[in-house]
Design a binder for this molecule. Structure first.
Ligand code: KMH
Ligand code: ZN
Length: 273
C-alpha cells in the first residue's frame, strides 16, 4: 500500500483554550506546535489563523506570519483553510490564499455545522476553485456530506480543478454526515481513479476512522481542530501526541509514513512555497 500521509489540523477555528489549554493561537505557538507534529510524522499541516485572544481570522498578514514561522522550522506541506469560521464571507475567507501556500481547502458544499450553517453555494465553490487554479494552489476537497463528492466532480468537469485530486472526508461534525464505515466505503467508491483521500473523524471518532483509513489505503487527518482528547476524559498533551499514535498504528499495520517530499509527489505538488 501507498505510504501514509498524516495531516495535522493543529488549530481550527472553534476550539478555545478554555476547552484545550494547549491549543495554539499566536503564529509562534502555532509554528511550535507544527514543528512537534512534523517531528512526530505529519507531512501536511492544515492551518487556521487566530488573533492573540483566540478569535478566528482569515487575515492574509496573519497567515503569512504563520507560514514564515513554520518555514523557519521545517519543510512540512502547508495547507491553509479557506473555510475559516462559520459566518465569514467568501472574500474574508479567500484572504488566506494571498500568501500562495502549496495547498488550500476547498469545501464542496453547504452543511449545518453545530448551531450554524457552513455556507458554500455553487458560485462560491467555483470562485474558490478558480482562485486556487489561478494561483497554482493544490486544493483539498473538504467533504462533509456524501453528495459533496458529486459537487467536487462538477468543478473538475468544468475544468476549474485540474491535476491530481485529493479529498478529505470530514466525518462526525454535528450537522454533517456521521462517522460510519459503510459511508466511508461508499464514498471511496465514488472517487475517480488515481484520486487520493483522507479521513478526519471528529471527536471520539478520530482514532476509529483513522484506523479504518490506514487499513483501506487512505490517509489520515488528526489534531485539535477535530479532537482535543487522547482518550475518553483525558485531554491530549499536544497535536504531536495524536500524530505519534497514528504513526505507531500505521507501522504495526504495514503502512510506512510519507515524508513531506514523498507526499508532495503523491499529491502532485511541484515545490514548497
Ligand atoms: N471551521 C469550519 C467552519 C476548512 O478549514 O476549510 C470550516 C473548516 C473547513 O474548518
Ligand atoms: Zn479547518
Amino acid at each position: 500500500m501507498e505510504k501514509l500521509i498524516i495531516t495535522a489540523a493543529v488549530v481550527g477555528a472553534e476550539v478555545m483554550k478554555e476547552a484545550q489549554p494547549r491549543i495554539p493561537y499566536t503564529p509562534e505557538e502555532i509554528a511550535d506546535e507544527v514543528l512537534k507534529a512534523y517531528e512526530a510524522g505529519a507531512s501536511i499541516v492544515h492551518i487556521h489563523a487566530r488573533f492573540d485572544d483566540g478569535r478566528p481570522t482569515q487575515d492574509a498578514k496573519r497567515y503569512q506570519e504563520i507560514i514564515n514561522q513554520i518555514r523557519q522550522r521545517c519543510d512540512i506541506i502547508i495547507q491553509v483553510s479557506t473555510g475559516g469560521a462559520v459566518g465569514m464571507s467568501a472574500e474574508e475567507r479567500l484572504q488566506s490564499l494571498e500568501p500562495v501556500p502549496e495547498m488550500g481547502t476547498l469545501s464542496a458544499g453547504s452543511v449545518n455545522f453545530g448551531d450554524g450553517v457552513f455556507f458554500n453555494d455553487p458560485s462560491m465553490m467555483e470562485q474558490f476553485a478558480r482562485r486556487m487554479k489561478e494561483l497554482g494552489i493544490r486544493p483539498e476537497f473538504e467533504i462533509f456530506e456524501v453528495g459533496m463528492i458529486a459537487n467536487a466532480l462538477r468543478l473538475v468537469d468544468a475544468g476549474l480543478v485540474t491535476g491530481h485530486l485529493h479529498f478529505d472526508f470530514v466525518m462526525g461534525v454535528p450537522g454533517g454526515m456521521p462517522a460510519q464505515l459503510p459511508l466511508l466505503i461508499h464514498m471511496i467508491d465514488q472517487l475517480p481513479p488515481g484520486a487520493t483521500w483522507s479521513v478526519a473523524g471528529i471527536g471520539r471518532y478520530e482514532l476509529l476512522m483513522a484506523t479504518h483509513a490506514i487499513l483501506l489505503g487512505g490517509h489520515v487527518r488528526v489534531g485539535f481542530e477535530d479532537n482535543i482528547y487522547y482518550r475518553r476524559g483525558e485531554l491530549a498533551e499536544s497535536n504531536a501526541q495524536l500524530v505519534a499514535r497514528i504513526v505507531r498504528i500505521a507501522e504495526e499495520l504495514g503502512r510506512p509514513i510519507a515524508t513531506p517530499a514523498e507526499a508532495r509527489k503523491m499529491l502532485g505538488i511541484v515545490s514548497p512555497s
